[in-house]
Design a protein around this ligand. Structure first.
Ligand code: ZN
Length: 149
């Protein structure tokens, strides 16, 4: 009987109309200034639910991490240089140069903390991401690839 109910429930789920695919991504940062992945892949139109988790122990003042997704044509180093001066806005420039390079970002987290953001995957292409905490971008960066649907 239990099996029958499960089968019916599964069938009912399949029958639901297609919705934007939700894509859950977890990326971690540690006390050694490293992201757990340097490559993320999603599909255009995905609803991306991204969680940045700091698995280290150091506080955010000395080893803070964030996840900043930049536009495809933005250069990580150009952004990082202006972002590190944005000390009052958690290393996200409040104006240009810098501001308009950002697609989305998490807040800065310290050891044991996490932050989750939701965004729609942009058009097919490649998008650089980094941690904009001063001095981290050279190790903490990667590329988000959006595949065409
Ligand atoms: Zn960092």
């Amino acid at each position: 009987m239990k099996n029958l109910i499960l089968t019916l429930a599964t069938t009912a789920c399949i029958a639901l109309p297609a919705m934007a695919e939700e894509k859950k991504i977890e990326i971690t940062g540690n006390d050694a200034m490293q992201f757990s992945t340097k490559a993320i892949e999603v599909t255009a139109g995905d609803k991306v639910v991204l969680t940045l988790k700091h698995i280290g122990k150091l506080p955010k003042l000395s080893m803070g991490h964030n996840f900043v997704l930049l536009k495809s044509d933005a250069k990580v180093m150009d952004f990082a240089v202006v972002a590190m001066k944005a000390t009052t806005t958690e290393y996200i420039p409040a104006e240009d140069p810098g501001k308009s390079m950002v697609i989305t970002h998490t807040k800065v987290v310290g050891g044991g903390e996490s932050d989750t953001i939701t965004f729609d995957a942009p058009a097919a292409g490649t998008y650089p991401y980094l941690c904009s905490f001063p001095g981290h971008f050279s190790l903490m960066q990667g590329v988000l690839t959006v595949k065409a649907k």
